[in-house]
Structure formats: structure tokens, C-alpha cells
Design a binder for this molecule. Structure first.
Ligand code: FMN
Length: 324
């Protein structure tokens, strides 16, 4: 497959694995890159820049294909050592960074000077245009259905992607709700140059997470996600569980008076407990509506090969027959 995204990142297929806290370790990133996509290590899951440097070395031992690092810019009082993480990325000769969260403007120049390509993940056309204007090479456009933080505009991909296609000059990938060859063919039809997937990649053999998480994803339907932290304007789409129900009840009772401190038990320090220990009810963890389309736990290579062959059959077969 050849799109602006495969060319930009020197990859075989336009399929990216988005950064995922406590999921995006070297094992998953290397598996995705080895299968012809772009694997991404989640930078902030590594506690220090030195840890990230070690994770990059580990990934390089597992693949000689290009892979990236996700840097999520959080709205926090005590920001992580972003310059240190960027140094680890540059010194590790990583060629792609997926930025997400706040505007990455302060760091884009340093990355670009070092020859790193920047793909910024955002949830609106205005933020995508901003990313384009500050020099990002591509964007990942995350629709309302996505796992993680869908923003506050609630625009689903059937509207967001063609809007992005009409407005942007730089290439973009469709993110949120992508699971299979139908998703890829649809994303390309809507003007995207590829897809970014989160939730789907968790239910793969190589994803270094507890079996309980993979089973929960396979068992869940598209009705099982909830939006939390909306009153804090930090909306996150998560899989429903006992902690999420508790959190939503607090939101209902406290209304606009709710503060982060009120929900610490449900959201802080949750990821290692869920992903490593398999304690599914430990708190709120990101998950997309796409769970409704996930029914198995293939290897990453099986998944990517299947997506590519399905999309090819749709494009060459079904769509051609319809207009023939
Ligand atoms: C468990 C989980 C953790 C995530 N953590 C991050 C993160 O740390 N940084 C980030 O930019 N995106 C994160 N995301 C979002 C994904 O990179 C991706 O944009 C999203 O999952 C796409 O939607 P999908 O799940 O429908 O494929 C996370 C998603 C999931 C499911």
C-alpha cells in the first residue's frame, strides 16, 4: 500500500499503533513495526528519560523497522521532564514522535531540527490546522468514538474526517473506531491517508498486558464504554466497571462543584494495576467504542495482514463491482 503516510514514515502499511499508557511498551511497538505498520512506545509510561532511552534500545533489539515514541502533554502543575524525554528520543535516533494533549509548539522545533517527524494527535479540525501551522508533518484525527480523550466537541469520524480532508494540507490518519479492513477502506474513502488504532491493538497476543484485559475487550460490546471527567473538561472514554459507575455517581451528585481530588481513587495510579495485575475494577481505564468490533486475540501480524487483505478486497472487489 502506498499513501502519503507510508511514504512519510517509510512503512509498508498505513497503520499506526497509537501511544497507550502502560500498554505501549517495546514488545507491542516492535510487533507492529515488524508487521509493516508503525509501532509507538508510550514515552510517559517510562518513569524517567533514562528509562525511555532503555526502552528505545530494547525496541531496537526487537525490530530494525521504523518505530515512534508518544509524548503526551498533560495539563499538570508539575510537568514531566519533557526536554529530557526529547533528548532520549533524539539520542535514541527515533525518527517519529506522536504528540498528544496540549499544543506541542514548544517542542516541535527541537524535534524537527533533529530530523524527527512529528504527528500530532488531536480531536478537532481547528487543532489539526494549528498543528499544521506550527510545522507538524502529519496529524492523527481522533473522532468522538475513540478510546482515551475525545476532547469536548463530540464530533464523530464520519463528519470529522471529511472536514479534516477539506481543510488540511498535511497528511492525516483516521483514529478512533478503527478495527479492520472495512475501517481502513472507509478511512481512505473519507480522505485519510491511513488509520491509527488503540483499543484493537490491546487485544493482540503481543500486547504486554494481563489476559483479563484482553478478555474484557473481547467480551464487551459497543454499549459498554462511558465518558468520565466531562465536568472537569478532561473527558475520557473508558470501559464501564464498578469504579466508573462510582465515579459517574460522584459526578452526578457533585455537579459542577466536582474537583479532581474528589475522584482520585477512581483515576489515579490505575493503569499498572489494570494492565499489569489484571485488576479490571481498579479504576477508569481508556477503551474505545470499537470494543464492539473486537472478537478475537490474534497476533499483531495476523491482525495487520487481515486488515490489509480485507481492505484490498473491499477496494478492488466490492467497490469496483458496485460501480462496474
Ligand atoms: C488503554 C489506552 C491508553 C491510552 N493512552 C494514551 C496515552 O497515554 N497517550 C495518548 O496520546 N493516547 C492514548 N490513548 C489513545 C490512543 O492512542 C488512540 O488515540 C485511541 O485509542 C484511538 O481510539 P480507538 O481506541 O478507538 O482505536 C490510549 C488509549 C487506550 C485505549
Amino acid at each position: 500500500m502506498k499513501t502519503k503516510i507510508t511514504e512519510l514514515f517509510s512503512i509498508e502499511y498505513p497503520i499506526i499503533q497509537g501511544g497507550m499508557h502502560h500498554v505501549g511498551f517495546a514488545e507491542l511497538a516492535a510487533a507492529v513495526s515488524n508487521a509493516g505498520g508503525l509501532g509507538i512506545i508510550t514515552g510517559l509510561t517510562q518513569r524517567t528519560p533514562d528509562d525511555l532511552a532503555a526502552e528505545i534500545r530494547r525496541c531496537r533489539e526487537m525490530t530494525d523497522k521504523p518505530f515512534g515514541v508518544n509524548l503526551t502533554f498533560l495539563p499538570t502543575v508539575n510537568p514531566p521532564d519533557y526536554p529530557g524525554y526529547i533528548r532520549a528520543i533524539v539520542e535514541g535516533r527515533v525518527k517519529v514522535v506522536e504528540t498528544a494533549g496540549n499544543n506541542p509548539q514548544r517542542y516541535v522545533a527541537a524535534l524537527k531540527e533533529a530530523g524527527v517527524k512529528v504527528i500530532h494527535k488531536c480531536t478537532s479540525v481547528r487543532h489539526a490546522l494549528k498543528a499544521e501551522s506550527i510545522g507538524c508533518d502529519a496529524v492523527s484525527v481522533d473522532g468522538f468514538e475513540c478510546g482515551g480523550h475525545p476532547g469536548e466537541d463530540d464530533v464523530p469520524n464520519f463528519i470529522l474526517l471529511p472536514r479534516a480532508a477539506g481543510a488540511l494540507k498535511i497528511p492525516f490518519v483516521a483514529s478512533g473506531g478503527m478495527a479492520d479492513g472495512r475501517s481502513l477502506a472507509a478511512a481512505l474513502s473519507l480522505g485519510a491517508d491511513g488509520i491509527n488504532m488503540g483499543t484493537r491493538f490491546i487485544a493482540t497476543r503481543e500486547a504486554p498486558v494481563h489476559q483479563n484485559v484482553k478478555q474484557a475487550i473481547v467480551a464487551a460490546t459497543e454499549l459498554d464504554t462511558r465518558l468520565v471527567m466531562r465536568p472537569l473538561r478532561n473527558t475520557e472514554r473508558v470501559l464501564r466497571n464498578a469504579a466508573v459507575d462510582r465515579l459517574l455517581e460522584k459526578e452526578r451528585l457533585l455537579g459542577t462543584d466536582i474537583r479532581f481530588e474528589d475522584i482520585v481513587d477512581e483515576v489515579a495510579g490505575v493503569y499498572p494495576r489494570v494492565m499489569k495485575e489484571g485488576a479490571l475494577d481498579a479504576g477508569a481505564w481508556s477503551c474505545g467504542m470499537v470494543v464492539g468490533l473486537i472478537h478475537d486475540v490474534p497476533t499483531v501480524k495476523e491482525l495487520i495482514d487481515r486488515i490489509v487483505s480485507e481492505a484490498t478486497e473491499i477496494i478492488r472487489g466490492r467497490l469496483v463491482r458496485i460501480v462496474a
